[in-house]
Design a protein around this ligand. Sequence first.
Ligand SMILES: [Zn+2]
Length: 228
Amino acid sequence: MVLLLFGPPGCGKGTQAPLFRERLGIPAVSTGDMLRRESEKRSSVGKLIDGLLAEGQLVPDELVNRLLEARLAEEDCHDGFLIDGYPRTVEQAAHLNDMLDKLHFPRPVLIHMDVPDRVLVGRLSARWNCPNCGAIYNVLSKPPKDPGRCDEDAALLTQRKDDTLRTAYRRLEAYQRLTDPVLAYYEEAEAGKVVHVNGHQRPEAVFEEIKAALEVHVLVPVRARARG
Ligand SMILES: [Zn+2]
């Protein structure tokens, strides 16, 4: 099975991805990790990536596609894999489908974690940090003992620009603008399948819901084909 994990910033996608390897035995391939690993290798490609990122430029599609294709051809991906963070555009989605055809993989199932905006904005803007020692707090999940002050040194906590309300709304809007066309692409029957799960529940429950959806959309048809 080929799975694509999608979800807005703050939806808890990062918690779900490793569960696929632990529980279903399929690796989670993250294009972000892939680029980081390449850059750590200090290969010529790695140095090129470093240069682009240092200049605040995007790594070109062609390079990401080449690395991804090499990764998907590796042994551990043989029985399927999950991709996190890709494709971000319709062009990339079309290219991924070509790549999957070439490697004899089925069309992907896109799992989208749905979480209401108000919840996401709450989570995204809940982070505060200590300008003195760098400690990070979260008013929802890890509040400081004394509101607004660091537990370690009592310094006044501040918020990164990324963590404020307005930025949170902007990030959600950007996500939607980027993702809607990709979702529409996979909603075409021949391109793939889109499954929405409720991401606004405990991580365990989210994973159970994903697994149940896969039984319906992936595992059952595969078994049925094998028998018939
Ligand atoms: Zn501190």
